[in-house]
Ligand binder design. Structure first.
Ligand code: CUA
Length: 367
């Protein structure tokens, strides 16, 4: 008795705590605010299934409560025994069959629609999953070569125009998912999956749509994110023009020093025990002599991206210094130091703090 009374007293407090916790939730990765035709279709199937399920839930609950009330034990009433009821059995078999058909037909329709080839005027992009970041290669002139523009972890697409992705992977299986736009479709090594959608005309906004790898792909899977910026057509053209330009020349002496350090091919380890590759062993900066590495993200316009390290750090001086100093410390699970297949050394072992700061200034200037 006492415990149930204290439970009753605790219930409002628990409810208040849940309400406060929910009020603190923002919803940048919501799946119920679609901003493309593909996401609309998924939303339609989801809501259809949800409301049918809700109708079944309420119907069963009402029947359970109603029957328990109507047929409760009453003095003088004796329960009537029955053996089978064919009509009832037909009804409760038919109702689920009808519900499943009502859900299945539109689901098949959506699957068939999303499997159709993309329209000819679609913007073509290769999206490549890597441990643990995304590369995006654009075929802007539609010549079958995805070499017109290469960027990493941040994607720009124009509102109102279809965009078609060839989804690829370099090492293990990843998955492309932008809850408000499209997905989840796996990125499988040695196999191309296609995915296309048209962002709504009014989907353009300054804020990014958040994307996320949706297939467990190793210890840093949770830190493999990307951002999709839906631009106005004019905004997209301006972004393309900027991205196709060479990397900016250093603006001052410090950036100049940073560029020289960035372009140094090999660093000797302290004590002379061999060397490690410099930045250009893995990274490209278009126009900078010798900066043609392809293993890591293309950095030609890294200063203009809102984040670094696959969406986990804001692009700013402190984060760039921290990242170059020791990426493993900033991205738990990446083990970039230990794994030669995705080598990003802790440059604090070969460079001074001042040298790393100069490189960060140079990179920030690559707008
Ligand atoms: Cu890539 Cu999970």
């Amino acid at each position: 008795m006492r415990s149930s009374r204290s439970l009753r007293r605790l219930a409002p407090i628990a409810l208040l705590a849940i309400a406060l916790a929910l009020a603190a939730c923002s919803d940048p990765q919501t799946t119920v605010d679609p901003k493309s035709d593909f996401a609309d279709d998924i939303q339609f199937v989801y809501l259809l299934t949800f409301w049918l399920g809700m109708a079944v839930f309420i119907g069963i609950l009402a029947l359970t409560i109603g029957l328990a009330f109507w047929y409760r034990e009453r003095p003088g009433r004796v329960a009537k025994q029955i053996h089978g009821n064919t009509r009832l059995e037909i009804v409760w078999t038919l109702i689920p069959v009808v519900l499943v058909v009502v859900m299945a037909v539109p689901t098949w329709q959506v699957i068939a629609d999303s499997s159709k080839p993309a329209p000819d005027d679609a913007l073509r992009v290769n999206a490549i999953g890597r441990q643990w970041w995304f590369e995006f290669q654009y075929d802007l002139d539609n010549d079958g070569e995805y070499d017109d523009l290469i960027t990493a972890n941040e994607l720009h697409i124009p509102a109102g125009r279809p965009v078609t992705f060839s989804l690829l992977a370099d090492d293990v299986i990843h998955s492309f998912w932008v809850p408000q736009l499209a997905g989840k479709v796996d990125m499988v090594p040695g196999h191309v999956n296609d995915l296309w959608f048209t962002p709504h005309e009014d989907a353009a906004r300054a804020e990014a749509y958040l994307g996320q790898c949706a297939e467990f792909c190793g210890t840093a899977h949770a830190n493999m994110r990307f951002r999709v910026f839906v631009d106005t057509p004019e905004g997209f053209d301006a972004w393309v023009a900027n991205e196709q330009a060479d990397g900016a020349e250093p603006a001052d002496e410090l950036a100049q020093l940073g560029q020289e350090l960035f372009l140094t091919p090999v660093w000797t380890l302290p004590g002379g025990g061999g060397g490690i590759l410099g930045c250009t062993g893995c990274h490209t900066v278009a126009g900078a002599p010798g900066a043609v590495g392809k293993i890591g993200p293309n950095l030609t316009h890294v200063g203009s991206r809102s984040t670094i390290a696959a969406g986990i750090l804001d692009t700013n001086f402190e984060n760039l210094v921290a990242w170059i100093s020791n990426p493993d410390r900033e991205k738990p699970g990446a083990d970039y130091n230990d794994d030669t297949a995705r080598f990003m050394p802790a440059f604090e072992t070969v460079l001074t703090r001042e040298q790393i700061e100069a490189i960060a200034v140079y990179l920030l200037g690559l707008q």
